[in-house]
Design a protein around this ligand. Structure first.
Ligand code: ATP
Ligand code: SF4
Ligand code: MG
Length: 333
């Protein structure tokens, strides 16, 4: 029998009501519109796609702060909407999120010690002042803030963006979670410090066995993270997964025109790979509004390969080779 995944997302839909026009009619933003995937134990699942495609909403639903409109989130095989109070608390502790903005994630009036001690106290992991200081120091060392004594009494404004994000990551792992939703963890960090944060997350996967939902708009980051950590990559477009496979397969053999466009925009060091990857010219760079998405294949307004059927019939996500799923009429024959 296969191991039960830590998190299973089944046909998740999240629709946000929005009032528009002088009569205040209610429309729905279909932020997530039928998404399914699994995060395996000690594994990585990467979601990549442009701004507004629904990545953060998926992440926020998995950590329990947004309620699904339809579909299910299963934690260790159990429907999270049906957990007992104790089980629900256990699930919330075990599924932590790291946001993109380390500047707003930390309370500016609290020291690093206070920020890290709070969850340790709340979850009864450490109690006495000595125990707390010891545990906080261990955490700071683990996330590369050495020596801990230099950071423990600092306020967020005394730290760089990269150091703050390390504190946020320390806070997330302090409660020993099974899964971390890393939502664009490097986007707001100085370019020179980004690889260090990705390497830290990967080190934690090895050392403390964390699983990740890694969310990014940047295919280069997705490629770096999964080249070292493995797992699967799913490409999202306007609320749906349009392609998903093992990370190496998506990178080496992208099939969906949108994935090809995302990949061809990332520079590669390998000249042979770079020759193979001719830039894919899209019909338009504008992302359609999710309030009024295109009919049929939602990508048809930008896709250079679109034909008549594309604007009329929505392609299903189908397995085109073992474990490689694509939603595109080019592969539905
Ligand atoms: N609370 C909300 N109320 C109304 N609309 C929302 C809400 N949260 C998100 N949306 C809309 O849902 C869509 C998906 O948003 P989401 O933040 O999940 O996308 P994203 O892929 O994370 O984008 P980004 O790269 O900008 O972070 C967007 O159109 C967004 O405006
Ligand atoms: S279904 Fe048509 S429009 Fe959509 S990605 Fe495939 S070829 Fe392009
Ligand atoms: Mg987002």
């Amino acid at each position: 029998m296969l191991d039960t995944p830590i998190i299973e997302v089944r046909d998740l839909k999240v629709y946000f009501p929005v009032k528009k026009g002088i009569f205040g009619r209610t429309y729905y933003v279909k932020a997530v519109d039928g998404v399914s995937f699994e995060i395996p134990e000690e594994g990585i699942f990467t979601l990549v796609g442009e701004s507004g495609c629904g990545k953060t909403t998926v992440g926020r639903t998995i950590v329990g702060v947004v309620k699904p409109t339809a579909g299910k989130i299963l934690y260790k095989g159990k429907d999270t909407s049906k957990l007992s109070k104790e089980e629900y608390l256990e699930y919330r502790r075990n599924v932590q999120i790291v946001h993109q903005d380390p500047y707003s994630a930390l309370n500016p009036t609290k020291t690093v010690f206070q920020s890290l001690a709070a969850p340790l106290k709340r979850w009864g992991i450490a109690k006495s002042r000595n125990e707390l200081r010891e545990k906080v120091s261990e955490l700071l060392e683990l996330v590369g803030l050495n020596p801990p004594g230099e950071f423990i009494n600092k306020y967020p404004h005394q730290l760089s963006g990269g150091q703050r994000q390390r504190v946020v990551i320390a806070r997330a792992i302090s409660v020993n979670p099974d899964v971390i939703v890393a939502d664009e963890p490097i986007t707001m960090i100085d370019v020179s410090l980004r690889i260090g944060i990705l390497d830290l997350l990967l080190k934690l996967k090895e050392e403390v066995g964390t699983s990740y939902l890694f969310i990014t708009h940047d295919f280069g980051a997705a490629r770096y993270f999964s080249a070292k950590g493995g797992g699967s990559i799913a490409v999202m477009y306007l609320g749906k997964i349009v392609e998903v496979a093992a990370a190496e397969e998506v990178i080496q053999n992208p099939l969906h025109p949108y994935t090809k466009a995302l990949i061809s925009s990332v520079p590669v060091a390998d000249p042979e790979l770079s020759r193979k990857r001719k830039p894919l010219k899209l019909k338009s760079l504008d992302i359609p509004s999710p309030l009024n998405p295109p009919s049929g294949c939602k990508f048809h307004t930008r896709c250079p390969y679109s034909t008549d059927i594309c604007s009329k019939v929505e392609p299903e996500l189908k397995e085109v080779s073992p474990g490689h799923y694509v939603a595109c009429h080019l592969y539905q024959g």
